[in-house]
Design a binder for this molecule. Structure first.
Ligand SMILES: *[C@@H]1O[C@H](CO)[C@@H](O)[C@H](O)[C@H]1NC(C)=O
Ligand SMILES: *[C@@H]1O[C@H](CO)[C@@H](O)[C@H](O)[C@H]1NC(C)=O
Ligand SMILES: *[C@@H]1O[C@H](CO)[C@@H](O)[C@H](O)[C@H]1NC(C)=O
Ligand SMILES: *[C@@H]1O[C@H](CO)[C@@H](O)[C@H](O)[C@H]1NC(C)=O
Ligand SMILES: *[C@@H]1O[C@H](CO)[C@@H](O)[C@H](O)[C@H]1NC(C)=O
Ligand SMILES: *[C@@H]1O[C@H](CO)[C@@H](O)[C@H](O)[C@H]1NC(C)=O
Ligand SMILES: *[C@@H]1O[C@H](CO)[C@@H](O)[C@H](O)[C@H]1NC(C)=O
Length: 919
C-alpha cells in the first residue's frame, strides 16, 4: 500500500515547477454545507457529496441502513450549498482561476459573493478566470460557494421544456427517478436494478485556486498516446513497427511564443531509456502537442495478468520556453502494448480452421488473441467521494486471485478515477471502459451534444496513457435493447431514432475518441453485432452492422456468428438446457442475482428484518425494476425474490431450519449456489464455443467478501478445465476439455462413477481418455446418453467425478508445467439426489496456517467454509466437492481483520447435506 501511495502522489504531480505561480488546493476541511430553508449548517469537506457530510454530522443516519434509500428522499429534493472558509494567501492582482475536476451536477458557482458560472455535467472538468472578481474582493470575502440543485427536479424541468424530445413507450428504462437521460450525471444515481437511488450532490472531485503571472501556464489535463507506427484504431497493427509516443498538454494561462517540449522516458527506477525533444510541436490557445518515436527494441511489453509481466515506465514531459525556462512538467506512468478489438470478417484461413463464418469479436493484446475472463464492474459505492484506492486495490486483488484478466467497467456509473487505472496497470487487469450512457436513448440538441463532446474529450485524454485501458464503448445495451424496443413499440419511427442514435454515438462521440487516440478501439454500443464496414477515408469510418447478418460467404446464413451477447431470462430451468444460451463471439453480460451472506445483511438491516421476504429485504431487491419499469407499484416488487426462490426450489434441497435466522442464512447461501451453478454452466458453454466471455452480476459483496460465485468462477477461469454439458430432457451428456493457453496441450481425462455414499459404480464409460487441445480451443472427451449408461440404475444415486492432468506451457513462457482440474456431474437435480451425511471434519493448523477439510462418509457437494463477520478474507478454494476419505488443504488471504485473528476459531464447514437438516 505504501508503495502505491507514493506512486499516486508522483502521478498527481502535474503542476508546473516555475516558482511564481500559486496553486491552492481546496481539498480537505474548511468547508460548510448548508441549507438555510431546512436550518442546516454543518462542517463539510471536499471532495464530498451532501449525504456524506450530513451523515458525518449525524444529521442523517447511515444512508445504506435499512430503508434509508426511501427515507432520505428529502435530501434529494433539497438544494445543498458548499461554502469555503475565506481563502488565504491570494495575491489580488494576478491572473486567477478556479479549477474543478468534478461537480455533481447542477452547481451555481460564486466567488466573493459574485456569480461565476453554472455547471451541468458531473463528468467535465471546469475552469474559470476569476481575476476581475478577485481584484475588488476584500480578504474576508474570498469565499467560494457552490449551490447544488436537486438533479431529479432539474431533470424533470428539462423534460418539461417546450419542444423537448420524447421517446416511444417503454424505450426509456425508468428505475426510481425519471428523466435521467436529459442530464449528464451518473445514470444509476436515479436507481438501477442492483442499487439504491440517492441522486447525491456535491463537489465530488478535487478543486484548486490557481494564480499565474504572465508567461505562466497551468496544466489541467494531458494525454499520452502510445501506438505502433501506422496504427489506426480497430485495426491490428504491425507488431514489428516502432512505437510512436504522442503527448499533448491541456493548459490555461499565458503561453509564451516559441515553446518546445522535451521528454525523458525512464523505467520505474528512474533510469533513462530515451530522452530528447518532441518533434512536430503544435500549439493552440489551449493545447501543446508533440511526438517522438521509441524503437521497439528499447522497451518491454506490458501484458495483462497471467499472460506476461506488467512492465511500466515513466514518461516525463517538460514544456520549455524559448529561453529554456521549464514552464510545466508532467509525469505519466505508461506501458507499451497494443490492444485491439478485432471485428473483421472471419477470414478464409479461420474458416479452414473450422471457425463459424460471420465476424470476429475478440481482443488482441500485442497481436495475440486471448481469452477475456472477467466480470462487470458497477460503481463500487453509491457515493464515489468515499471510494478509496485501498478499497479498489482489495477488490482488484480478488479479481486477479479469481483468475480474471478483464473488467467491463459498465456504462451508467461514473468515469473511473485515475487511481483505478493505476491499480489495474499494476495488477494487469484490462478495463473495458464505457461512456456513461445506458438503457435509454438520449437527446441530440446542439447544447446536449456540445456538453457530451467536452465530457468525452476530457475523459479520453485523462486516461488514455494507461496500458490497462482496453476499449471505449459508447454505452450499455443500446443497439441490442434500446433500438429493439423502439422497433417493438413504434416501428415506423425506427429510422428517426436510429438516426439520433448515430448522431450521438457515431457522429459526435467517435470523432472525439479517434481524434485523440490511435491506440484505443471504439464500439458505439455494448452489446452490438460489430461494424459492417470500416473505412478511414470516410469522415465517420464506422458503419454499424445492426441486424444485417448477410453472410457474404458460401456457408448458409444460419451458421454465421456475429458480435457480442447479453443474456438474461430469469428462467432457472436453463441450468440444464444450454440450447437456451445465446451463441455469439463474446458474452458481456449474463446470469442471475443472488442474496448477500447473512454476515453482510447484519451490517445493514435490523435483526427483526432477517428473513427472506421481510418488507425490508423485498424493498432492497430492486430487480426487476420497480413495477416492471414503473415507479408506482414499487411495494409489490418481490418478483426478484420469487425468481431466486423458484431457482432454489427447482434444483436444491429446500432449507427448512427451525431457527428463523439460520433458515434465512441457508436460503441466502442456496441462492448463491444456484447463481454459481448457472454462471459456471454458462461460462463453460461460452468457453467451449468459438466465443469469448466476461460475465456479470458481481460475485463479491460490498465489503469484499466473496460469494459462492467468485470461488466457482475462479475455478472455471483456470487455463485448462474439464466440464460436463447436459441436456436433462434428452439425457445427452458430453464432457469437454477447454484451454486458453497459446499452444496446444496434451493430457489424460479420467472418469469415475460413484453412489452418494462414495462406492464406486461400474458404469460403462471409458475410465480414461487421452486428449490434445489446440491453442485457445476445446476438445470433446466423452459423449454418451445417461438413458443408456445408467439404464437399470437409480440416477438419483449416481455421480460422476472427472479429472484431467495435462502438460503445457503458459503464455509468454516456455517451461512446461502440469495443469490439473476436476469436476462433477449429477444426472438428477440435487434436490432429488440421495445425499448422505458426508461426515465433514474441519481442522486448522497454526503452523501451516491451513484449514483441512475431510469427507469421511459420503460425497460432499458444495463444501463451504464460512467465517464470521469482523474480517474479510478469501480462502484459496471454496465451494468444492469431496470424495469420502479425500482431504483438502485450504489456505487463505486476509484482506482486513478487526477480530485480531479471532475469526479463525469461528470458521465452520458445511455442504449441501446441511441444507436438508432442520438445525
Ligand atoms: C438550487 O440550485 C440550482 C443549481 O445551482 C439553482 O439554479 C437554484 O437557484 C437553487 N435554488 C435555491 C432555492 O437555492
Ligand atoms: C524516481 O523519481 C521520483 C521523482 O523524482 C522519486 O519520487 C522516486 O523516489 C524515484 N524512484 C526511484 C526508484 O528512485
Ligand atoms: C481559442 O481558439 C478557438 C478557435 O481556435 C476559439 O474559438 C476560442 O475562443 C479561443 N479561446 C480563447 C480563450 O482564446
Ligand atoms: C501538428 O500539426 C500538423 C498539421 O496539422 C500535423 O501533421 C502534425 O502531426 C501535428 N503534430 C502532432 C504532434 O500532432
Ligand atoms: C537552450 O538549451 C539548448 C539545449 O540545452 C541550447 O542548445 C540552447 O542554446 C539554449 N538556449 C538558450 C536561449 O539558452
Ligand atoms: C448488408 O450488408 C451487405 C454486405 O455484407 C451490404 O452489401 C448490404 O447493402 C447491407 N444491407 C443493408 C440494408 O445495409
Ligand atoms: C418470497 O415471496 C415470493 C413472492 O411472494 C414467493 O414467490 C416466494 O416463494 C417467497 N420466498 C420464500 C423463500 O418464502
Amino acid at each position: 500500500m505504501v508503495q502505491f501511495k507514493s506512486t499516486s502522489i508522483l502521478l498527481a504531480l502535474a503542476s508546473p515547477l516555475a516558482c511564481a505561480q500559486n496553486v491552492v488546493s481546496l481539498k480537505g476541511d474548511g468547508w460548510t454545507l448548508s441549507n438555510p430553508a431546512l436550518n442546516i449548517s454543518v462542517p463539510a469537506h471536499l471532495p464530498s457529496q451532501a449525504h456524506l457530510d450530513l451523515f458525518a454530522n449525524q444529521v442523517i443516519g447511515d444512508p445504506y441502513y435499512g430503508l434509508n434509500d426511501f427515507n432520505l428522499r428529502w435530501v434529494v429534493w433539497a438544494n445543498w450549498t458548499y461554502t469555503s472558509d475565506p481563502i488565504s494567501g491570494l495575491s489580488p492582482s494576478i491572473s486567477t482561476w478556479l479549477l474543478f475536476n468534478g461537480l455533481d451536477t447542477f452547481a451555481t458557482i460564486e466567488f466573493c459573493g459574485q456569480h461565476v458560472a453554472n455547471t451541468n455535467n458531473q463528468f467535465r472538468q471546469y475552469w474559470f478566470n476569476v481575476s476581475s472578481i478577485l481584484s475588488t474582493c476584500a480578504e474576508a470575502d474570498r469565499q467560494i460557494s457552490l449551490n447544488f440543485g436537486s438533479a431529479p427536479l432539474i431533470a424533470n424541468d428539462i423534460a418539461n421544456q417546450p419542444g423537448q424530445e420524447t421517446w416511444p413507450y417503454g424505450v426509456q428504462q425508468v428505475y426510481e427517478f425519471t428523466n435521467r437521460w436529459f442530464i449528464r450525471k451518473e445514470q444509476s444515481d436515479f436507481g438501477w436494478d442492483w442499487g439504491p437511488a440517492f441522486a447525491p450532490a456535491g463537489p465530488w472531485q478535487p478543486a484548486w485556486v490557481v494564480q499565474l503571472e504572465s508567461e505562466e501556464v497551468y496544466v489541467r489535463n494531458s494525454i499520452v498516446d502510445i501506438y505502433r507506427e501506422g496504427q489506426m484504431p480497430l485495426i491490428p497493427p504491425n507488431q514489428n513497427n516502432d512505437w510512436v509516443v504522442n503527448a499533448s498538454i491541456d493548459y490555461f494561462g499565458d503561453l509564451p511564443a516559441g515553446v518546445s517540449m522535451s521528454y525523458d522516458l525512464t523505467d520505474l527506477q528512474n533510469k533513462t531509456i530515451a530522452s530528447g525533444s518532441l518533434g512536430n510541436v503544435n500549439c493552440t490557445n489551449s493545447t501543446v502537442t508533440g511526438e517522438t518515436t521509441v524503437p521497439a527494441s528499447m522497451v518491454d511489453l506490458w501484458w495483462p495478468s497471467q499472460l506476461g509481466p506488467q512492465t511500466l515506465y515513466y514518461m516525463n514531459i517538460d514544456l520549455v520556453s524559448s529561453s529554456n525556462k521549464t514552464l510545466a512538467s508532467i509525469t505519466k506512468r505508461v506501458g507499451f502494448r497494443t490492444i485491439v478489438l478485432n471485428e473483421f470478417p472471419i477470414s478464409d484461413a479461420q474458416l479452414a480452421q473450422g471457425i463459424a463464418p460471420g465476424n470476429n469479436w475478440h481482443f488482441e493484446i500485442n497481436g495475440h488473441e486471448f481469452y477475456a475472463k472477467g466480470s462487470n464492474f458497477i460503481p463500487p459505492d453509491a457515493f464515489w467521494a468515499r471510494v478509496t484506492p485501498e478499497r479498489i486495490s482489495l477488490l482488484f486483488d480478488s479479481v486477479v486471485e479469481g483468475n480474471q484478466n478483464m473488467l467491463r467497467v459498465w456504462a451508467s456509473g461514473a468515469y473511473s478515477p485515475d487511481f483505478m487505472y493505476d491499480l489495474a496497470d499494476e495488477k494487469g487487469i484490462l478495463l473495458w471502459s464505457e461512456f456513461e450512457f445506458g438503457d435509454a436513448l438520449y437527446p441530440v440538441d446542439e447544447a446536449f451534444l456540445d456538453n457530451v463532446r467536452e465530457e468525452i474529450e476530457y475523459n479520453v485524454r485523462r486516461v488514455n496513457h494507461h496500458p490497462s485501458l482496453a476499449l471505449w464503448a459508447g454505452g450499455n445495451e443500446l443497439e441490442n435493447l434500446e433500438l429493439l424496443l423502439v422497433n417493438q413499440s413504434a416501428p415506423d419511427e425506427l429510422d428517426y431514432y436510429m438516426a439520433q442514435y448515430e448522431t450521438l454515438f457515431l457522429d459526435t462521440i467517435l470523432p472525439v475518441v479517434f481524434g485523440n487516440s490511435h491506440s484505443i478501439s471504439y464500439t458505439p454500443s455494448s452489446t452490438s453485432n460489430g461494424w459492417l464496414s470500416l473505412n478511414f477515408s470516410n469522415a465517420i469510418p464506422v458503419i454499424e452492422r445492426y441486424n444485417n447478418l448477410t453472410a457474404g460467404r458460401v456457408q448458409p446464413l444460419t451458421c454465421s456468428v456475429y458480435g457480442e451477447t447479453d443474456f438474461y431470462n430469469y428462467d432457472p430451468a436453463v441450468l440444464y438446457n444450454d440450447s437456451a444460451f445465446p451463441t455469439g463471439r463474446f458474452s458481456n453480460e449474463f446470469g442471475f442475482h443472488s442474496m448477500p451472506s447473512i454476515q453482510s445483511w447484519r451490517q445493514q438491516i435490523s435483526p427483526a428484518d432477517l428473513s427472506f421476504n421481510s418488507t425490508t429485504v423485498i424493498l432492497r431487491d430492486h430487480h426487476p425494476p420497480p413495477g416492471g419499469l414503473n415507479t408506482s407499484n414499487f411495494v409489490n416488487a418481490s418478483i426478484g425474490q420469487a425468481q431466486m426462490t423458484e431457482a432454489v426450489e427447482m434444483w436444491y434441497p429446500v432449507p427448512n431450519k427451525t431457527d428463523s435466522v439460520a433458515n434465512f442464512s441457508a436460503w441466502c447461501h442456496a441462492t448463491q449456489i444456484f447463481q454459481a451453478d448457472l454462471y459456471t454452466s454458462e461460462i463453460g458453454f461460452y468457453r467451449r464455443g468459438d466465443i469469448w466471455v466476461a460475465p456479470t452480476w458481481a460475485g463479491i459483496e460490498y465489503d469484499g467478501r466473496w460469494k459462492v460465485l467468485h470461488y466457482a468462477a475462479k475455478d472455471y477461469y483456470q487455463h485448462v478445465i474439464i466440464a460436463p454439458y447436459y441436456n436433462m430432457a434428452t439425457g445427452n451428456l458430453s464432457v469437454w476439455v477447454t484451454s486458453d493457453l497459446w499452444s496446444p496441450i496434451r493430457g489424460t481425462a479420467s472418469f469415475a462413477w460413484y453412489d452418494w455414499s462414495g462406492n464406486k459404480l461400474p458404469v460403462n464409460t471409458s475410465s480414461s481418455v487421452d486428449f490434445i487441445v489446440g491453442a485457445i480451443n476445446s476438445t470433446q472427451v466423452l459423449q454418451t446418453f445417461t438413458t443408456d449408461i445408467l439404464a437399470g440404475r437409480d440416477p438419483s444415486n449416481t455421480v460422476l467425478h472427472m479429472t484431467i492432468e495435462a502438460a503445457g506451457s503458459l503464455p509468454n513462457c516456455n517451461a512446461t508445467r502440469v495443469f490439473k482440474h476436476g469436476n462433477w456431474f449429477h444426472p438428477t437435480a440435487l434436490k432429488d439426489a440421495q445425499l448422505v451425511d458426508p461426515g465433514l471434519k474441519l481442522s486448522y493448523s497454526s503452523s501451516t496456517k491451513n484449514f483441512t477439510v475431510e469427507a469421511r462418509s459420503g460425497v460432499a457437494a458444495w463444501v463451504w467454509l464460512d467465517y464470521p463477520s469482523g474480517a474479510v478474507l478469501n480462502f484459496d478454494s471454496n465451494a468444492f466437492w469431496l470424495l469420502p476419505n479425500q482431504t483438502r488443504e485450504v489456505g487463505y488471504v486476509v484482506k482486513s481483520d478487526s477480530t485480531n485473528g479471532g475469526w479463525i476459531g469461528g470458521v465452520t464447514v458445511q455442504s449441501l447435506w446441511n441444507q436438508t437438516l432442520s438445525t
